[in-house]
Structures are given as C-alpha cells and as structure tokens.
Design a protein around this ligand. Sequence first.
Ligand code: SF4
Length: 420
Amino acid sequence: MTEVYAVDRDVRITLRRRGADTYTKASYPQQFGVFSEIETADAVLRFNLNHEIVSLRGKGRQWPHSQEWLKRTAGNDWIYYSTGGYTGVVEAIGEYYLPNTPYPTNSLLGGRPFLLPAVHKLTTGWYSLLQEVAKRATDAPADILDFLTQTLANDPEVLQKKAEALFAISGGRSTVLPPDCRHVDYDVIPLVVADGCLYKCRFCSVKTDRPFRDKSREGIDHQISKLQAWYGENISNYTSVFLGEHDALAASPGLIVKTIGKALAAFGFSSANMKVFLFGSVGSLLNAPEQLFVDLGRLPCHVYLNIGLESADQETLDLLGKPIKAAEVVAAFTRMLEINRRYANIEVTGNFIMDENLPDNHYPTFLALVREGLDRVRAKGCVYLSPLRVGQPSRSLVMDFHRLKILSRLPTFLYIIQRL
Ligand code: SF4
C-alpha cells in the first residue's frame, strides 16, 4: 500500500507508489511499475523495489526542462531523456523522448546534457542529497527509516559493483541491445543463449572476439537462477527478456524455445505484457526452420527478432567487410515479411546502415526493398537506419533519413545504439 510521509515543509517521502501498468508511448514522463520517491525542494529521486536509485529529476530554473529526467539503467549508466523540443523526435525514433547516453553512440540527434551544470550536479550529488534527507528524517516512522537505511546502503560504489555482478552472470556486458527494446524503454533482463556472432564484420564496433557458440543448458539454468537473485524483489517491475548475445537466432532452435519458456516461468512475468527481444543475422534467419517460428508463435509472449541486414548492395557489403551476398540480404528481407504476415506474436525487424560515404547503390537498393518491394504500407516489421559513425551527429544524415522514411512503406526509424 502506498504511504506518504512529510519529513518537513520541503521534503516528502512516498513508499510503494504505483506507476504505469504497461509501457506506453506518452508525450509526458511516465514511470513504469512500483517505486518509492523522495521529493525535495530541488529534486525528485525515485528508487526501485530493491531500494536502488533509478530516476532523478531536478527542479527549478536551473533544470533544463520540467519534463526531462535521468534514468539509471541496470548496467549503472545514467541516461538523460530530452524532449528534443518534441518536434521530430517521435518521427525519428518512434518514442517521444530522446535518450542521451553518457557513452559515445551513433545518435544523430540531441545535445550534450551531461555537460549542463544542473545535470552534472544531480548525477554526482544525488547521494549527498539522500544523506541530507536521512539526517532530517530521524523522527520518521519505522518503515520510512528502514527505507532510508536501505537506500543509503546502495551508494554509487555499491551500485557499480552490483552492475559488474550482473555482467558477470552471463560472462560480459551486453554491449548493444536490439532497437525494438525501445518498446519497454530498454528494461530487459539479459539472458545469453549463445556467445558471439557468425560474421565478425569489419565495420562493427560492438562485436566480441568470442567465437559463436551455444551456451550449455546447465549454464543457462545457472544464469536464470543468478538473475532471479540479482533482480530480487524488483523483478516484478520487469516484463521482458533480452536473449543474447549478438545472434541468438543462430542457437539451436530447441535451446531458444526452451530457454524462453524457462525464463518466462522463472521471472514470473505477467503474461499480458511479456516480451522477448533477440538479434538474428541474415544466415541465421535463412537457416532457421519453420518449426522454430511455429514454436515461438505458440509462446505466451511477443517475440521481437531484429536482423542485421545492413545493405542490399554488394559493393556496400564488401566495403563493410560483411561476408554475405546481396542476394541473401534480399532473401532474408522477403523472409522477414513472410514471418510477419504468418505469426501474429512475432515481429521481425531489420537494420540497414546509414552514412554519407556509402556507394551510390546503397539507398536505391534499400528503397527497392522497402518501397518498390511492397504493394502497400504495412504497420508491422520496422526497419531501422543505423548511422555507421559514432559521436558524429549530422544534419544532412537526418535529412536523408526523413527522405527515406517518407518513401518507405514500412515503419522506419533511426537506431540509437544502447547498451545494457
Ligand atoms: S554486425 Fe552483427 S554479425 Fe557483424 S560483427 Fe557485428 S554483431 Fe557480428
């Protein structure tokens, strides 16, 4: 039950506040799940059910915008959500708020909010603010004091160690999450069924050196029980799994289906909202047997499968160092459309790259698929355009994107690479 306690005129603590029941795309800030909150004259701090800070918002004139906030991810990154003036953000990324990461990524939009004094002060000073509140709340009821003691135990150093413990469960941090994870604001539990990927493309900045290999069933069971313990009580604020790593679709079909079934049961998600996200490649999509999709289609969850198509132009593929043929990319795109038609709860999406210096045929061959290749506009099966370069926002690329989006007959968005 929600409990509200006023420490004094300026500070209020709310325990077990209920946020949104489902992830919805809204043009106002929304917190999913159950959380506790401390509101002071200067800031709003929110904590998850494990008493770990998860959200920060400054107040007053120094804060950049009253509708902008910071979120701390399970991997212990602060992400700044900006409105981008609301104009163009939803068309570009499919979401109302633009995530600004503290690490270099391929985003074409956004400013540098982490350099703003108010943002810097809050990300580095939230713990002192919490200590200050605790000092003022010594007369509070026992459950408020207990809440403060537990939140104080999760200082920045402890939170960093916890994130490292999470990465260690599957053998390393998920360096990239599928773009479809935007549907749950990247709140996914990472469970790795297979290490590495098939191609080790030259252009790719997120690949690992690990050769592709299925994880053992025992190893996956071990990860599931470790993840249950790591997420603890706060697991009830999750609805989704990321099945890693970079080409989970290349794992053996039985392993994929069994692992999803086990994870959904172990994590206790509510069946109405369960989602599973995974990456696939051209090869793994073309090689996957129809029975895999029949089995995935029978699971009580929505499955989002994101395929790295990159380009339907051979010269571009060669330039990228992607060891596949353009004809295979075209075949994988056709298969993507077929699966999207056939299975209501599976959505296959595709990534294509963007850059100013690609061979002339890259965009015409892209449009041959997403425009000429379709007789009408379709609502299912997003394509994501992924800027090749990191840390180089470009107005002309944004204009190219909008031109391509208008011509595409599939939902088309920019891919901003985000890690766990
Ligand atoms: S683009 Fe995909 S397949 Fe290629 S190296 Fe990167 S993760 Fe592997």
